[in-house]
Design a protein around this ligand. Sequence first.
Ligand code: HSE
Length: 310
Amino acid sequence: MSEEKIQVFAPASIANVSCGFDVFGFAIEELGDFVDARFNNQGKIIIESIEGAEGLPLEPELNVTTIAAQALLDEVGEKRGITFNIRKTVIPGSGLGSSASGAVAGAFAANELVGKPFSKLELVRFAGVGEQVASNQLHHDNVAPSMLGGFSVVRSNEPLDVLSIDYPEDIRVVVAHPQIEVKTKQAKRMLGRTMSISNAVIQFGNVAGLVLGMTSKNYDLIGRSMVDMLAEPVRSRLIPLYDEAKQISLEAGAIGTNIAGSGPAIFSFCKGDKSAKAVLEAFKKVYAKSNLSVNYFTSKINPEGAKRIF
Ligand code: HSE
C-alpha cells in the first residue's frame, strides 16, 4: 500500500468511429486528464481542486473520477479515503471523451494506490461505473480505449467483453472542434429507440468492413466502411457546417470523416502526416467562413492508454 502522492494520466478518446455506435473507440495523444491522488486519513474521498473545466462537481458522489475510484475502493474493501486534484485538458461536451478520461483516471489512480490488484482490462469496468453517471447509460466505448490505448471493440457491456484490435501504424487523426457544447445525455436522447432492418444490415456490413480494414491495414476498406446509418444522420444537425466540412475533408484526401463520439468535434482518419496536414487546412478553410471559434489538432492513435506519471 502506497502513502505517497501519485499522478496519473488518462487520454482523451473518440468513440463510435462512424458505424460502431457505443462499440468502437480509440485513444488520442496528449489531451486528457492528469490526476494527483494520495490516501488521506479522513476515511472518505475528497476532491481538493478541479482545473481546466468549469461546472464539474466537487462532490465525490457526483464526480465521474471519484465515483470510479470509490467503486474500486468498495470492491477491495479499502476504508481509507483518497484526496484528488484533477486537471483536465479535454473540454466536457466536446465528443472527445472528457468524462471517460476522468473516470479512467479515477479508477487507475485508486488501483495504483491500493497496490494494483486489477489489470487494465479489469479496470475498464470501474471506469464504466463513473462514465455511466455522466451519460445515464452504461457504455464503455470511450473508457475502454482511454484505459487500454489503441482501438477498442466493446463486444458486450454486460457482461463486459472488450477487445483490442490492430490498426495501421501510419493512421492519423485530424480533429476540428467547434466550441459549442453537446452533452452526451442530450445527444443520446436524440436517437430513436429502433432502427429499420434495412439500415441495420448496412450497419452490420460496415462494422465488419471497418474491423477488417483496420486489422488488414486496408485504407480503402476503412474509408468505404465509415458509413453510419444510426447517429450521424440525426446528430450532424447539431454541428455547424458538418456536411461541408466532411465533404471538403474527403476531397482533401481524408480516408473517412465522421462525428467524434456524440460531437460536436469532427474527426477524419488520414494516411500519414502529410495527408493529415492537408485535411487540417481543409477544415480550417471551412470554418474560417463562420464566426465560430474552432480548435484543431492532429494526433496518432495513442497505443498506451492510462499511465502513471509519478
Ligand atoms: N457512444 C456514445 C454516444 C459516445 O455516441 O452516445 C459518447 O459518450
